[in-house]
Design a protein around this ligand. Structure first.
Ligand code: IPM
Ligand code: MN
Length: 355
């Protein structure tokens, strides 16, 4: 008999409601692992605002080194009301993206059945796309600085760094994904070529070069401001979207809302050659802390993305089907915290029951 495969997962429940949603995510992916004959071996890390306030340490270098040895990482939420904005974001979330070279931020945008979208007359078949955001360059590198700080003549610069290498690996990933997804075979580059005549120009040229290798894929272009209009008016136009770090940050939040909000939106910080990290898009929601009313679906969806990336496609599909069935049952009334009609635990149990 063949020994079943074991994946080592670094678990980062984090702050606020993070541990509550991670508990349900682990419940569901553990159950699907059993069913599909593989094992998940979780190692817990107490990274987050609480640890920082207690020890003054944000993220020790030795722990980043440990993360590199895992098969994947599963994160609840980072963010604490008593920690000044920027410290945990830069010190943990961005640091991990950079140090682990998680150069893709992957955001499936899918409207599930019985989930309310603020878009009038749009159905699940209209909202089903994937956004590929570059995750290690652009305006996020921290390039720039102050001159004459705190004087009336202060200068602040913040530079967008775009390398041919960085853009190319991201665009290539998006073309491969479009091909594998085989939905509309359409890849939309989102930029701002009419104003950013250097950065967006590099993206456009790179995109056009790589497009030559993918004759079966329709290349498309949209300016980021127009993308915000079309995502609201005609989301059915989009299949896969590729964009830079800041544009991606903005349009993926817009996209999260049209798919029903933070309760369902999941994402992955992916290093296709290394260790990736999966997380719900919502934050630590401290006001709901400990109440067992936060929606765990986004975290469960992130778990499915993690399984897919580990190569367990069947198990990932099983989780997705279970989420669909749980939503179709009509037992979950609303996607918002406190309005689900069920507790966090009950939603996790319901989804697990369909596996
Ligand atoms: C996201 C978040 C982060 C970002 C913040 C928390 C640094 O908004 O994952 O989209 O801006 O990338
Ligand atoms: Mn964001």
């Amino acid at each position: 008999m063949q020994m079943s495969k074991t994946y080592r997962i670094a678990l980062l429940p984090g702050d606020g409601t993070g541990p509550e949603v991670i508990r349900e995510g682990v419940k569901v992916i553990d159950a699907v692992a059993k069913k599909n004959d593989f094992k998940l071996d979780f190692v817990n890390y107490d990274i987050g605002g609480a640890r920082y306030l207690k020890t003054g340490e944000v993220l020790p270098e030795s722990i980043v080194e440990e993360f590199k040895k895992f098969d994947s990482m599963y994160l609840g939420a980072i963010g604490h009301p008593d920690v000044k904005p920027g410290i945990l974001e830069k010190g943990i979330l961005l640091r991990l993206r950079f140090d682990l070279d998680q150069y893709i931020n992957l955001r499936p945008v899918k409207l599930y059945p019985n989930v309310e979208t603020p878009l009038k007359d749009k159905k699940p078949s209209d909202i089903d796309m994937v956004m590929v955001r570059e995750n290690t360059e652009g305006l996020y590198t921290g390039a720039g600085g102050f001159l004459r700080k705190d004087t009336p003549y202060e200068v602040a610069t913040q530079e967008s760094i775009n390398t041919r290498f960085g853009v190319e690996r991201c665009v290539r990933y998006a073309f491969e994904l479009t091909k594998k997804r085989a939905k509309n075979n359409k890849l939309t580059l989102c930029g701002k070529t009419n104003v950013l005549t250097y950065a967006s120009d590099l993206w456009q040229r790179t995109f056009n070069d790589i497009a030559k290798e993918y004759a079966q894929i329709k290349g498309d272009y949209v300016n980021v401001d127009a993308a915000c209009m079309w995502l609201v008016k005609n989301p059915e136009w989009f299949d896969v979207v590729v964009t830079d770090n800041l544009f991606g940050d903005i349009i993926t939040d817009l996209a999260a809302m049209i798919q029903g909000g933070m309760g369902v939106a999941a994402g992955g910080n992916i290093n296709p050659e290394g260790v990736s990290m999966f997380e719900p898009m919502g934050g630590s929601a401290p006001k709901y802390n400990g109440m067992n009313i936060i929606n765990p679906i986004a975290t469960i969806n992130a778990g499915a993305m993690m399984l897919e990336t580990l190569g367990e496609s069947k198990a990932a599909k099983d989780v997705d089907n279970a989420v669909v069935k749980a939503l179709e049952s009509g037992k979950i009334k609303n996607m918002s915290a406190g309005k689900m009609g069920l507790s966090t635990t009950e939603v996790g149990d319901l989804i697990a029951s369909y596996l």
